[in-house]
Design a binder for this molecule. Structure first.
Ligand SMILES: [Zn+2]
Length: 134
């Protein structure tokens, strides 16, 4: 067995151990009636997100083409608006305390940023719409 062969065998063994550990973690967290506050929180459909956007537009009284919405983990707050048209909802484990209602509010908050940016170009938190429409 040459070095390369040995190295690859070690890597394969490490990968197998890693998969077993991952499997156990999934098994442990997947049992017991839900470890996080709301295990269904990341299962938004496009239609549900679109509905929240329609409701937010109606509340704010502004319209603009919908942003691209991503549910993904990242280092940062519960949600982010990236001008001109990207909204991110944070699915990082540190935000596992978020319920679906929290995510709904996060979506509305980031949609308000998007609508304000798109229509008037200013989207800081001084607007009362952040309180009124989330
Ligand atoms: Zn904000």
């Amino acid at each position: 067995m040459n070095w390369f062969q040995k190295h690859n065998d070690d890597a394969a063994a490490a990968a197998v151990v890693g998969c077993i550990i991952l499997f156990l973690v999934v098994l442990l967290t997947g049992c017991g009636g839900g470890g996080s506050a709301d295990p269904t929180r990341t299962t938004w459909t496009e239609q549900e997100v679109a509905q929240v956007y329609l409701e937010t537009q109606a509340c704010v009284g502004l319209t603009a083409p919908a942003p691209v919405v991503s549910f993904e983990p990242f280092d940062g707050p519960f949600g982010l608006f990236s001008a001109p048209d990207r909204v991110f909802i944070n699915t990082s484990p540190v935000w596992d305390i978020m319920t679906r209602t929290d995510e709904d509010q996060a979506l509305r908050h980031e949609f308000i940023h998007h609508l304000l940016f798109s229509v008037i170009g200013v989207h800081d938190h001084s607007s009362p719409l952040f309180q009124i429409c989330t």
